[in-house]
Design a protein around this ligand. Structure first.
Ligand code: ADP
Ligand code: MG
Length: 670
């Protein structure tokens, strides 16, 4: 049976994903992934452009190309059709000012549905427009998977009513897709993180999955949704053997259907346009110049690109050619993150207010339970300011491990895989029933150790395998090079002693540190795995207060077999690995010692006796020898001898320590 795909039908962007089972039995693991188009792009803009007139013929253009032409062809380019799905003209009234095309009401005697009218008089159902995009996604998935796809799980906002859901199903049908389940977007986002797939797993204690309250903050292109969900552990799959998954209840939703990342782009465009007016149109009175559609379209792209860049960088360059009555000019400026945040802040304030409303509305149903995790959804949540504001409001580190603009599609795919598994499983084809599969994502215990790479490529484990979740660990580190202003933290998962033999989960940098001598920075690294198995790593340099972090879902897509292979390998290499780890650690420490001692000998050597100096020189030479050998090949040194040499130098340098401390005290005293 071809898989059931998952589709995120966003107002701005749509995408398709598929999840497949890896491994079998209780150990089966679900691995969802987005299916990109032939150019490798995951997102398909929800835009369809129709030919100017019927005579022109040709089929509608879907996606990127249609979007690029939108401003120049407002009346034939249909964006945001989701706003009209299953609604009457009266329902959609508030949306009309935002739509560039004509919307009319056709009373066919049974219902009064909103429809679109193209300039040549053609009438279109919103479902037809939506189907154009769905068809593109279906074809994309069929081509990528090599099987004709006919079934899908699609997502809708939690507040969609039955008419809107039915219209969504109809759009699927028009595109040749049987919509087997319509899932609320926040529920899909939770599923993508494995939330709600934890209970009812065969052989796993059912009572373990406790009720959870989760908040989903979804800031898309043109809409904002805040939802509070309750995850109720599914029924007892153990007794009945029937498929069970957790139940999601939407306790409340709040939001703003006209607030999103696009509004931030608009605010930037306004800022640019005002400046263009002042610089090239002699404007000063504050009236913005009227720019041709191509320029407006160019400015919109520039604004969005600058905004996206500023999620990762501190500044973005903007440059565009402007035709003005005074001639052609180049408008050029740099936008800083601070400027963008000033523009975005009032919009984000409104999202925070909506979250507060959602919390208030859910309060009674929450019965005193706190929100246990916050999931971020929507491309616009990549903005650091959005993450900060949400984190502050809930007092929790929000979930960002999965790509926020893919998370809904990934969750829909997980739901699709569970549904297809259930169907096949009952038919007795050997695929485990859902309860076993759902248990597959269980992270009651961590299958592999988690840690970071340290000097010389060793792997320092912070949380050991088989730890029960939630788990937390802190470790202190320092630097091994003088004047380091940036520290790279490489997070890994595995059982081997060397980082290169483990599975990389991600890298982040703690930068902007004031230069300090090696060994002086005080780096505190904290690992926390929560009940849902999401790992948050944070690092803080305590002297400067600089911090950075990373979040990942460690076991996503790791099958039982892979875990077993990793375990077996670690066993096989245990002896050698341990030796290597030991040598690498010794090497890092010995280099630090040697560095310090040579420096102090230059400065204060004169205060030592001849004997003391001789002994120090001999110990230094011996250790340097070990270091050189270990650097060339770790196998070439005897770790025990290396260790003795280091200890010997430690002992021989006691006097030197004393005199240098005394000297530095003298220097400091007035
Ligand atoms: P929707 O759910 O409405 O279809 P998306 O979740 O795809 O929308 O979000 C689209 C919005 O996310 C756009 O406004 C886009 O500019 C914004 N966006 C995408 N990537 C980033 C980023 N890296 N930084 C800031 N905003 C981004
Ligand atoms: Mg969305």
């Amino acid at each position: 049976m071809p898989p059931i795909i998952g589709i995120d039908l966003g107002t701005t962007n749509r995408l398709v994903a598929v999840a497949s089972w890896r491994g079998g039995g209780v150990g089966a693991a679900l691995a969802p992934r987005v299916i990109p188009d032939a150019q490798g792009r995951a997102l398909l803009p929800s835009v369809v452009r129709y030919p100017e007139s019927r005579d022109e013929g040709g089929s509608p253009i879907v996606g990127h190309e249609a979007r690029d032409q939108a401003i120049a062809n407002p009346r034939t380019t249909i964006a945001s059709v989701k706003r009209l799905m299953g609604r009457s003209l009266a329902d959609a009234r508030a949306d009309l000012p935002y739509l560039s095309y004509e919307v009319v009401e056709v009373d066919d005697g049974r219902s009064k549905a909103a429809r679109l009218r193209l300039p040549d008089g053609r009438l279109l159902w919103p479902q037809e427009v939506s189907a154009e995009i769905l068809r593109t996604l279906r074809e994309q998935a069929s081509a990528a998977l090599g099987v004709p796809i006919t079934r899908a799980v699609v997502t809708v906002p939690a507040y969609f009513d039955e008419a809107q859901r039915q219209a969504t199903r109809d759009a699927g049908r028009l595109a040749g897709l049987d919509v087997v389940r319509v899932v609320a977007e926040p529920t899909a986002a939770a599923l993508a993180y494995g939330i709600g797939l934890r209970s009812g797993g065969i052989g796993l204690p059912i009572g373990d999955s406790t009720e959870q309250i989760i908040a989903v903050y979804d800031l898309g292109g043109g809409t904002f949704d805040a939802s509070i969900l309750r995850v109720v552990p599914g029924g007892s799959g153990l007794q009945t053997g029937a498929p069970t998954a957790d139940i999601f209840q939407v306790l409340s939703t709040s939001g703003d259907t006209h607030l999103g990342g696009d509004d931030i782009d608009h605010a930037l465009v306004e800022l640019f346009t005002r400046e263009i007016g002042e610089r090239f149109f002699g404007g000063g009175g504050g009236s913005a110049p009227v720019l041709p559609p191509e320029t407006r379209s160019g400015l919109r792209d520039l604004a969005e690109r600058a905004k996206v860049r500023l999620s990762e960088h501190e500044s973005a360059a903007v440059r565009i050619e402007i035709e003005a009555p005074t001639g052609s000019h180049t408008y050029e400026r740099t936008v800083t993150r601070t400027e963008l945040e000033a523009v975005a802040a009032p919009l984000l304030d409104r999202t925070i207010e909506a979250c507060t409303r959602a919390l208030r509305d859910a309060k009674r149903d929450m019965a005193g339970e706190p929100v246990s995790c916050v999931v971020l959804v929507g491309g616009a949540t990549r903005m650091p300011l959005a993450r900060r504001r949400v984190g502050e409001l809930f007092g929790l580190e929000p979930y960002i491990a999965l790509d926020p603009d893919q998370v809904v599609a990934l969750g829909a795919a997980v739901q699709g895989a569970i549904l297809s598994g259930a169907g096949v499983g009952r038919g007795g084809t050997g695929v485990p029933p859902v309860s076993a599969q759902a248990g597959a994502l269980l992270l009651d215990v961590l299958p592999l150790s988690l840690g970071i790479e340290t000097a010389g490529g060793a792997f320092a484990k912070l949380i050991m395998r088989n730890s029960t979740v939630p788990a937390r660990a802190t470790e202190r580190f320092s630097t091994s090079v003088d004047g380091q202003t940036s520290i790279k933290l490489h997070v890994l998962q595995g059982e081997r002693e060397m980082a290169a033999d483990c599975r990389s989960l991600g890298v982040f940098h703690l930068s902007g540190l004031p230069p300090m001598p090696a060994g002086i920075p005080k780096l505190r690294v904290e690992f926390a795995v929560d009940v849902n198995g999401v790992l948050s790593v944070s690092a803080v340099e305590e002297r400067s207060g600089k911090r950075a972090g990373l979040q990942v879902v460690p076991t996503h897509g790791l099958s039982r077999e892979e875990v077993e292979r990793i375990e077996a390998e670690s066993f096989e290499h245990a002896r050698e690995d341990m030796d290597r780890h030991r040598v690498v650690d010794l090497l890092a420490n010995a280099k630090l010692d040697l560095h310090w001692i040579t420096k102090q000998m230059d400065k204060h050597g004169g205060l030592l006796s001849g004997d003391e100096l001789d002994r120090l020189r001999a110990a230094t030479a011996l250790l340097r020898d070990h270091i050189d050998k270990a650097q060339a090949d770790w196998r070439a040194v005897d770790a025990n001898a290396f260790h003795r040499a280091k200890e010997d130098l430690d002992k021989s340098s006691v006097r030197l320590h004393e005199v240098s401390i005394a000297a530095s005290l003298r220097e400091q005293s007035p």
